[in-house]
Design a protein around this ligand. Structure first.
Ligand code: NDP
Ligand code: HSE
Length: 374
């Protein structure tokens, strides 16, 4: 396998190092913006150098962002080159275009590292789906948010210090808003649900709330009551009725999610035969992510691509109800739906996901988290 590697940042450098130790694949070109010299590998700022090189059979895209990443990947597929990517923003946005195009052009496409970093979640999900119906996928899908929440809870760090550490460790996106506002988790949920259910979710209908506004006072209230806050993705297929949402959620001690440390993810599916299966591992970081990129390359050498059928567009209804912890703004809707107060913070009566997220969008500096189900 002769590879054009697009991107030489946290993940790209790790991929380069791992591939350098192998004899079955070689990085011939690296595309990046900075000045860089590599032994035995050409470095370019011009993607055309890679596209026009007929000896390159595989493009690995680890640049991030939608453009030019998507344009390069598309051109690579059109030129008959296989593609491996870790770029969940791009895969979630262009899922319906990329997979059919790869099939039409008879090239292989894989993106295991795009969800769960170093966890073989997507490749296992694909195997699960060969023989059973999946009714739910979700869990902790963002290493940066888990790192922040874990370090605020167990080490008493401030939100800002914990985020800075996650950035220094290479876990965060180039713009960490994508992590803390739940966007990255949203992308991963879309990809997971599409693979699990064989559909194409209407991603604009997925309500997303992040952790940007969590404060030490929230964490203190949760800890005093034996609860731990995690950012959770949920997607369900209940007999052809689909729901999906991303929101902070509280777990009592003893639940597996409550114990997930640092940059780890815990992603779970419910299958009609296997029941509940959870996948635990490092969801972010150079080598865990590079590991899954290289695993995908090995799969390509074996002729295994990704993850059809991509299925029809489906709409969502998010009428499931939760009680929520809400701290920040208040108004007559919140007062009418208040069940109790925790030192000034509101615990709501059960309200639908749709209603709570609609209210939250109108009160964007407020922090809310779903309470454990009774
Ligand atoms: P970085 O920001 O560390 O690296 C991005 C690399 O891409 C840099 O080498 C940059 O070049 C290069 N690049 C970006 N835009 C261009 C462009 N227009 N032309 C040429 N080169 C470009 O990102 P990461 O390595 O952290 O992430 C890469 C991808 O992997 C993203 O999609 C991310 O979501 C995904 N991912 C990241 C994980 C992680 O833990 N970090 C885990 C799982 C997935 P230069 O530095 O020269 O500017
Ligand atoms: N920023 C992402 C995270 C990288 O923290 O989970 C892995 O996808």
């Amino acid at each position: 396998m002769r590879i054009g590697l697009l991107g030489f940042g946290t993940v790209g450098r790790g991929v380069y190092e791992l591939i350098s130790q192998r004899t079955d694949m070689k990085v011939k070109w690296v595309l990046c913006r900075r000045e860089l010299t590599l032994r035995d590998t050409k470095v370019t700022h011009d993607f055309q150098d890679i596209l026009k090189d007929d000896t390159i059979d595989t493009v690995i895209e680890v640049m991030g962002g939608l453009h030019p990443a998507y344009d390069y990947v598309r051109q690579a597929i059109l030129a008959g080159k296989n593609v491996v990517t870790a770029n969940k923003a791009m895969v979630a946005a262009f899922y319906d275009q990329l997979l059919p195009l790869a099939e039409e052009k008879d090239v292989l496409f894989r993106c295991t590292a795009s969800v769960g970093g170093g966890i073989g979640w997507l490749s296992e999900l694909e195997r699960v789906r060969r023989i059973e119906t999946v009714s739910r996928v979700g869990g902790i899908m963002n290493g940066t948010c888990n790192y922040i929440l874990d370090h605020m809870t167990r080490r008493g760090l401030s939100y800002g210090d914990a985020l800075r550490q996650a950035q220094e460790l290479g876990y965060a996106e180039a713009d960490p808003s994508s992590d803390v506002d739940g966007i990255d988790t949203w992308h991963k949920l879309v990809i997971s649900a599409n693979v699990a259910f064989g559909v194409s979710l209407n991603r604009e209908q997925i309500p997303v709330a992040g952790i940007r506004h969590i404060a030490a006072e929230d964490v203190a209230r949760f800890t005093a009551r034996g609860l731990t806050c995690k950012l959770i993705a949920t997607a369900k297929n209940q007999g052809g009725s689909f729901s999906a949402y991303v929101q902070p959620t509280l777990y009592p001690a003893g639940e597996p999610e409550a114990a997930v440390p640092a940059n780890f993810n815990l992603i779970t599916l419910e299958g009609n035969t296997s029941g509940r299966q959870s996948f635990f591992g490092q969801g972010a970081g150079r080598y865990p992510t590079a590991y899954n990129v290289v695993q995908d390359c090995v799969d390509l050498i074996g002729g295994t691509g990704f993850y059809g059928p991509w299925g029809q567009k489906v709409s969502l209804t998010n009428e499931e109800t939760y009680s929520y912890y809400v701290r920040g703004d208040t108004d007559s809707w919140l007062e009418a739906n208040t069940k109790e107060l925790w030192d000034g913070a509101v615990i709501t009566k059960p309200v639908s996901v749709t209603n709570l997220h609609t209210w939250l969008r109108e009160h964007p500096c407020t922090f809310a988290a779903a309470m454990p189900k009774a």
